[in-house]
Design a protein around this ligand. Structure first.
Ligand code: URA
Ligand code: SF4
Length: 185
């Protein structure tokens, strides 16, 4: 049985997939180790790789604004990614890379025991909710799995690229707030 700290230590030395070759730092996760809400992205980008912290670049600034916009903070939730090392040139992580890395996220879920998981983008949603998940059609819909309520919204990078995703993205965050008030009180 790990603690979050011992798991982070293990991940920092991981060489289970080729992504370890290009990383500066592993990006384990940040936030409240007992958070009720876990947000999951795809994988570190350039700035995250340097900082060793998820969502600190431009997409991260938008995400932070959205979290704060519903009265929460980066310190009250927990933020992690499907893969802990940066894919070269910000390409999508490969299937084998995700398969190698996702056990770490599963351990994080076991240790943090969140009540709600928000998937940020289709990579997180296809790994966590359903391999056939269609983000445009199925975002904003809750599903319960093993006592955890799970929903997906657009990835903040996608929102930055496409203005039309802004409104549904904010609506999903409002729905996240509503759901958290409903089940957490
Ligand atoms: N995009 C992600 O999916 N995760 C990060 O940590 C940063 C950008
Ligand atoms: Fe290990 Fe995950 Fe990094 Fe691959 S991406 S080397 S599995 S920590």
């Amino acid at each position: 049985m790990y603690t979050l700290e011992s798991l982070q230590q293990l991940v920092s030395q991981c060489m289970k997939c080729p992504l370890h070759q290009g990383r500066t730092k592993t990006v384990f996760g940040v936030g409240n180790p007992k958070a009720d809400i876990l947000l999951v992205g795809e994988g570190p980008g350039h700035q995250e790789d340097i900082a060793g912290e998820p969502f600190v670049g431009p997409a991260g600034q938008l995400l932070t604004k959205a979290i704060e916009g519903i009265g929460m903070s980066r310190e009250t939730v927990y933020i992690a990614n499907i893969v802990k090392c940066r894919p070269p040139g910000n390409r999508n992580p490969l299937k084998e890379e995700m398969e190698s890395c996702i056990p770490y996220l599963r351990w994080q879920v076991k240790l943090i025991r969140p009540k709600i998981i928000l998937c940020l983008g289709s990579i997180a949603a296809t790994n966590i909710i359903d391999p056939d998940f269609k983000i445009t059609r199925q975002r904003g819909q809750w599903q319960e799995k093993k006592g955890i309520w799970i929903m997906a919204t657009f990835h903040p990078s996608a929102v930055l690229r496409d203005e039309t995703k802004k409104k549904p993205f904010w609506e999903d965050f409002k729905e996240l707030k509503r759901k958290s008030e409903e089940i957490l009180g």
